[in-house]
Design a protein around this ligand. Structure first.
Ligand code: NI
Length: 152
């Protein structure tokens, strides 16, 4: 795989809140860079730097909570599962009841014939949210479990 390098414009800063501006060089596979440029153009960004800063900010925000143990976290667990798998709905409900102290609310959307999407709003200790997320994702019939936490 060939990798194309490009020079990020001098005003690139890794985190927007940083007062100092740091210049970094990043390499990209050409296809990914083309896709990035398409998205940037469609969204109306004036520079790659701002788009990359936003992407990095989002990535950091999403991953930061993994290092947190005690600080309260807020976010959404997005789960897609096959409701025709025997016993699955009961198990998912049971797990959620066990962790009801970190669940604020949930929304159920019937996606297709068999698939259900559940958006579970969570708020509480990272360790317990992680436990809830792990217990749900390992059940047979759960196809997607995405954890979106907000750390500002
Ligand atoms: Ni459903």
């Amino acid at each position: 795989m060939s990798v194309k390098a490009f020079r990020i414009k001098p005003h690139f800063s890794l985190v927007m809140r940083m007062t100092k501006i740091v210049r970094v060089g990043v390499t990209f596979p050409p296809d990914l860079l083309n896709e990035l440029d398409d998205v940037i153009a469609k969204m109306g960004y004036e520079s790659r730097s701002k788009a990359i800063q936003d992407a990095v900010q989002l990535f950091v925000s999403e991953k930061k909570w993994l290092r947190e143990e005690k600080a309260p976290q807020t976010g959404i667990l997005l789960m897609v599962y096959d409701h025709e798998v025997t016993g699955l709905e009961g198990e998912l409900t049971e797990v959620q009841h066990e962790h009801s102290n970190v669940i604020s609310s949930s929304m159920h959307i019937h996606v297709g014939q068999r698939d259900c999407l559940e958006a579970i709003a969570v708020k509480g200790k990272a360790a317990e949210i992680r436990e809830l997320s792990n217990e749900l994702t390992t059940k047979k019939g759960v196809k997607i479990l995405k954890t979106m936490m907000v750390s500002l």
